[in-house]
Ligand binder design. Structure first.
Ligand code: NAD
Length: 355
């Protein structure tokens, strides 16, 4: 297993450090793991003057899987847009063709009270959002600012999807549904947007290859509402880049803390970049307060999706459940029953032991 480690900025090095300790444990057991580290985002700007330098690009292309912490921070907020850490993230996704973003939202029973929704609405929640990651209005051309015919300045972007882009993300949706409970909801805005009308046609057509999966379509405004009204009706959701961006953040709150949720971004050949969904949390960086669990669960996804090692993934996931059941909490997931927080490193110790 050739793994590139990109700790990134802010809390990145602290949380990725705990996942690396788990990889080292697997290495000691004889799992053939080779790790290399590199820089991305602000850390890369500091060292090379660019958020996605050539050296990182070469390392990323050579690796089979990448574990990323998070990027960004106030120090870089005044840089020109092209040099900002988040551009490094967009660039590496695009360079590697990581078009499928898998975001599970799973509520651990121990954390039911950490959700902002009533426990009975979210208890047992286990859904997967698949967001297309390299197309849509975020990349469509033309875009920019111009002065219109009336002499007023306006901003404009272009929503855009080609048939092949829709087909490949739809297939990821159907294949994922097949591995779960065979229900897929495709989310679009086909009542208003031409791009969405095409999206719906193509997803329906691809669905003919998966007669065993029950496909439903839902408008994005309704999906946003249903996610907080009755989230357990969903199993797998597949949607475009901008709708997925918004819905997956909404879903993350169903599961309590942002510090618990992993993600995977995959290409067509199971190569992937794995990262927590949260940012670099500059407010707590360097204070041993960050929750490493989202990163550790991202490592579990890597074992499952890039290396086909469901056994190692399950050991990690069981380890997480065990430390939660023991009552161990970082500050972001404390509750009245478990008011005492432990630090990032202590949570890492407990996870390594449990695993
Ligand atoms: P954030 O996710 O970094 O933080 C939001 C809040 O959640 C903060 O209060 C933070 O302390 C808390 N938090 C986040 N992760 C946590 C963890 N593991 N444990 C405990 N608490 C945690 O979002 P933000 O404050 O909007 O952004 C900060 C920086 O991160 C910005 O520069 C932003 O651009 C960047 N960012 C990066 C990514 C990424 O790397 N994928 C994603 C989102 C934001």
């Amino acid at each position: 297993m050739n793994i590139l480690i990109l700790p990134g900025d802010g809390i990145g090095p602290e949380i990725v450090g705990q996942a690396v300790r788990i990889l080292e444990k697997f290495q000691r057991e004889g799992v053939p793991i080779r790790m290399e580290s590199g820089v991305l985002g602000g850390a890369a700007y500091d060292q090379y003057g660019h958020p996605f330098p050539e050296r990182t690009q070469q390392q990323a292309r050579a690796a089979q899987a990448i574990l990323l912490g998070c990027v960004g921070g106030p120090k870089y907020d005044t840089l020109p847009r092209a040099l900002r850490p988040e551009q490094g993230l967009l660039a590496i996704r695009r360079d590697l063709g990581l078009f499928a973003n898998l975001r599970p939202a799973l509520l651990y029973p121990e954390l039911a009270s950490a959700s902002s929704l009533k426990p009975e609405v979210v208890a047992g929640l286990d859904l997967m959002i698949i967001r297309e990651l390299t197309g849509d209005i975020y990349f469509g051309q033309p875009r920019g600012r111009r002065v219109n015919a009336a002499g007023e300045e306006e901003g404009f972007d272009t929503m855009h999807y080609a048939v092949s882009e829709i087909e490949r993300i739809a297939r990821v949706g159907f294949e994922t549904a097949r591995k779960r409970s065979r229900r897929l909801t495709s989310v679009d805005k086909a009542n208003v947007l031409d791009t969405s009308i095409l999206w719906r046609e193509v997803v329906t057509r691809v669905g003919r290859d998966y007669p065993d999966v029950e496909l439903t379509h839902m408008y994005v405004d309704n999906a946003a509402m249903q996610l907080v009204r009755a989230p357990k009706q969903f199993d797998v959701i597949v949607t475009g880049n901008i709708f997925g961006d918004i819905l997956s953040d909404e879903a993350s709150m169903l599961a309590g803390s942002i510090g618990m949720l992993p993600s995977a971004s995959l290409d067509a050949n199971q190569k992937g970049m794995y990262e927590p969904i949260h940012g670099s949390a500059p407010d707590i960086a360097g204070q041993d307060r960050a929750n490493p669990i989202a990163t550790v669960l991202s490592l579990a996804m890597m074992m499952r999706y890039s290396f086909g090692r469901a056994d190692l993934a399950e050991r990690i996931e069981r380890g997480v459940r065990q430390v939660l059941a023991q009552g161990l909490r970082t500050a972001d997931i404390t509750d009245p029953l478990h008011p005492n927080a432990i630090g990032t490193r202590a949570m890492g110790d407990a996870l390594v032991d449990a695993i």
